[in-house]
Design a protein around this ligand. Structure first.
Ligand code: CMP
Length: 147
């Protein structure tokens, strides 16, 4: 059914002026953009956002990159928004994307596994968590224990 996901144009996407084309793809695919914000992640917010990766060898590179410049965060709404957005962005590795899904967003504007232009939540629960962290607003995620 109707679902929300978090889309982020990462610092490389903003620097490469890909934001407008990405937004056009989002709108052309029928998503409603229910929230949008341009911001630069501070160190703590980036670490909280990516805490599940903190043991990984790429964690520091990921945090350095994600705090390196402005991003554009959007809350997208659609039926099966999580899966639909992940299909549009393509595989995490843009080189793999260029082979397997050449029309995907990461194939077009990504340059490496870290600098892969866009983010998409990998589940509805992750989307709600990430939306609350970035927008600092429980309402834009999902009310918890609302019975
Ligand atoms: P994303 O899925 O948006 O959020 C987690 C990010 O970690 C992912 O995009 C990549 O940018 C990064 N990442 C995941 N795996 C690797 C890896 N093996 N090497 C470098 N970066 C990675």
């Amino acid at each position: 059914g109707r679902e929300r996901t978090l889309a982020v144009v990462k610092p490389d996407g903003v620097r490469g002026n890909h934001t407008d084309a990405i937004k056009a793809t989002i709108e052309g695919s029928g998503f409603d953009i229910v929230k949008e914000m341009s911001l630069q992640l501070d160190l703590m917010t980036a670490q909280i956002l990516y805490f599940e990766h903190y043991r990984k060898p790429f964690f520091q590179e990921l945090i350095n990159f994600m705090t390196s410049g402005p991003i554009v965060a959007m809350v997208l709404e659609h039926d099966n928004a999580v899966e639909k957005w992940r299909k549009l962005i393509g595989p995490t590795d843009p080189n793999k994307a260029r082979i397997e899904q050449p029309n995907s967003i990461r194939a077009i504007c990504g340059s490496s596994t870290t600098q892969n232009c866009v983010h998409g939540s990998d589940s509805s629960a992750a989307a709600n968590r990430e939306i609350m962290i970035i927008f600092k607003d429980v309402q834009s995620g999902e009310a918890t224990n609302s019975r």
